[in-house]
Design a binder for this molecule. Structure first.
Ligand code: ATP
Length: 251
């Protein structure tokens, strides 16, 4: 198993608040890695630093062993990282295909090159069809998203993240607003992505979901890393104890 991301002594301070304190861990290629922790533990801060939205106060991040220049890190996509945030930022009046290519539209090559900003709907539709089929998502690229269920909207948001073919996808509470059936479908999708070689960083409060899809979990409490556990060797009680800041008894 090879390491894809290493976080080394990462700290973040917001004024007096120490949101992260010397957090270090590594994530392996092709695993589902969960981030667990109570409200305010530092999970969002950590993923925002990983996705280049927030600057860290100190510490380093390595991707494939190479140090990321965090002073000048605002395009995580270039590093192969995409994030699906909780507020999905789906454009309801646009189609599935338009959402998948939102901000990344394929433009028509006319006689004036790309000077005419017409989007190439046919290519975006074809690209969406291919991506949706690879993800085994039964969605019509031409449908408008506005009448979609929460689970379908979540699927579109995940498909959009996959459009740039990232190596790593961060998902912030992807199932928190979903029905049991929709949750099951999203968990299946996460497993398929892993099987296709994508590494997934998953934030969830739902331990049952974590046990179902994740390989390992890092537990944060008050900005500190309490431990990283292989989910095959830990119980939910132990994880809950860790979320309350108790280090796991050594076995
Ligand atoms: N922009 C900010 N300014 C000041 N304090 C912040 C800011 N963002 C986060 N914090 C603080 O940093 C700490 C960690 O917050 P963070 O949002 O990372 O936790 P979390 O684990 O994601 O929590 P939740 O599960 O509630 O989303 C909290 O004490 C929070 O109040």
């Amino acid at each position: 198993m090879s390491e894809i991301i290493r976080v080394d002594n990462l700290s973040k301070q917001f004024g007096q608040v120490q949101a992260l304190e010397d957090v270090s861990f590594s994530i392996n290629e092709n695993e589902v890695f969960a981030l667990l922790g109570d409200n305010g533990a530092g999970k969002s801060t950590l993923i925002k630093i990983l996705s280049g939205v927030l600057q860290r106060t100190s510490g380093e991040i390595y991707i494939h062993g190479e140090q990321v220049d965090l002073e000048d890190y605002n395009d995580a996509e270039e590093m192969g990282i995409e994030t699906v945030y909780q507020d999905l930022a789906i454009a309801p009046n646009r189609t599935v295909a338009e959402n998948i290519y939102l901000g990344d539209e394929i433009l028509l090559e006319g006689p004036l090159g790309r000077l005419l900003n017409f989007v190439d709907d046919d290519r975006m539709e074809a690209g969406s069809r291919e991506l949706l089929s690879r993800l085994e998502l039964d969605l019509n690229p031409r449908s408008e998203v506005k009448n979609f269920s929460g689970g379908e909207q979540q699927s579109v948001a995940i498909a959009r993240a996959l459009q740039s073919d990232p190596e790593i996808v961060i998902m912030d509470e992807p199932t928190s607003a979903l029905s049991i059936e929709a949750t099951r479908r999203i968990l299946e999708l996460i497993k398929r992505l892993r099987d296709q070689g994508v590494t997934i960083i998953l934030i969830s409060h739902n331990l049952e979901n974590i046990f179902e899809v994740a390989d390992r979990a890092a537990v944060l409490a008050s900005g500190r890393l309490i431990g990283v556990e292989d989910l095959e060797g830990v119980t939910d009680d132990e994880l809950v104890g860790m979320m309350m800041g108790r280090e796991r008894r050594s076995s």
